[in-house]
Ligand binder design. Sequence first.
Ligand code: PDD
Length: 287
Amino acid sequence: MPTVFLNGEFLPHDQARVSVMDRGFLFGDGVYEVIPAYGGHLFRLQPHLQRLDNSLQAVRIPNPYTEPQWQGILEELVGENAGTDQSVYLQVTRGVMERRDHAFPADLKPTVFAMSNPIPEPDPALAEHGITAISLDDIRWQSCHIKAITLLPNVLLRQQAVEAGAAEAILLRDGEATEGAASNLFIVRDGLLITPPKGPLLLPGITRDLVIELAARHGIPYREGAISEAELRGADEVWLTSSTKEIMPVTTLDGVPVGDGRPGPLYRQMHGIYREYKQAVREGRAG
Ligand code: PDD
């Protein structure tokens, strides 16, 4: 029986209980993180915990734990299954209220939940053939930098993509491509890697930041800049990134091949660099 963490206790997941008066349940009032672990080592833990703290501050939920406390909890969960690659999910909600009210009392105790589940290696076919994406209007709110558990727009957008036979939706707002329904966006144009700058309209992805860091380290030219819809459609390469899916080359967008319809040369280079980095995390040589 997999063990989960709930409000200070480690217990079998079928014994973990949350009140129906929890604001996470009734309002989606909470934030979350997803952190992979390779060979028992948490991937980019500090940036993930920093983003968690930023999200908590943005929605005015006190951070219930210090970084070392978070680290201890998450390492204990990952340690249960250290032999396999893991994905840790954690969420903090504003807590349990006495009666339903949109406005929140100041003294609620946040509800903290975390679990760790095995993740498979990305399918090698993905690196070979890429994925299909469709573009959709970004119907989300104006605070997409907060990793809120309130994910209904993302759920509906991803579902629309899946029902159209695509793996992901690339979101367009005011003529610009922002990110995917659960991933960040990169394009390649004339050898230059471009990703939209951080701001309220997209999630500051940890994988995004790592890809930029690795590009800088390996002399790959990159720029953080807006991507217009026309630039997206005319790109030589399109990539989507996330902690759990890593780097996904998009080879078909809205039924039209991207570039020559196969993962491009810069993707192949970055894919190799990323795999090396992941191996270094696995061996405890990188974080
Ligand atoms: N989602 N943008 C959105 C809207 C996301 O939901 C995610 C990740 C990302 C990529 O962020 P990162 O590289 O830090 O994983 C970008 C997670 C994986 C999820 O909701 O399951």
